[in-house]
Design a protein around this ligand. Structure first.
Ligand SMILES: [Zn+2]
Length: 142
């Protein structure tokens, strides 16, 4: 009988060792009534999977919040562009954004010039190939 238990102790400690090596966590080995090793449970691993699941849900919610924050900002900027009243605290940021938008347009025109693409003779905006009018200032293109 003692020999039987010694054998099982050895098998179980081997199984625990295998699982612990794989997961780096403490494992639990379950032996059923017939004496077979039926389940090798790594409790810490299950916890890790559960934590990862929750973390990924948090990540999705955080990403959606970022998207909505951006949306709020764009709604305010849209009001600013239409000349509607916006809080003074937002005006400064909107002006900075507008300045950057102008700068971006100029930079695109610069690239178009370097590449030899068509630019508007009036405002220097980049023209789509075959455009009849400038999409920015409406100047007719010959
Ligand atoms: Zn133009």
């Amino acid at each position: 009988m003692a020999e039987f238990f010694d054998k099982w102790k050895r098998i179980i400690s081997e199984k625990v060792g295998e699982v612990s090596k794989k997961t780096g966590e403490i494992a639990e080995v379950v032996v059923d009534k017939a004496g077979d090793v039926v389940t090798v449970v790594a409790n810490k691993t299950e916890q890790t999977v559960e934590v990862q699941k929750i973390k990924s849900q948090i990540h999705v919610m955080e990403r959606n919040n970022e998207r909505d924050f951006t949306h709020i900002g764009k709604m305010i900027y849209h009001k600013f562009k239409k000349g509607e009243d916006i809080d003074a605290q937002y005006a400064e940021l909107c002006e900075a954004i507008a300045e950057r938008e102008t700068c971006i347009e100029e930079s695109k025109a610069e690239i178009a010039k370097i590449k030899g693409n068509d630019v508007c003779p009036n405002c220097d905006a980049h023209l789509e190939s075959g455009a009849k009018f400038c999409s920015k200032c409406g100047t007719q293109i010959d």
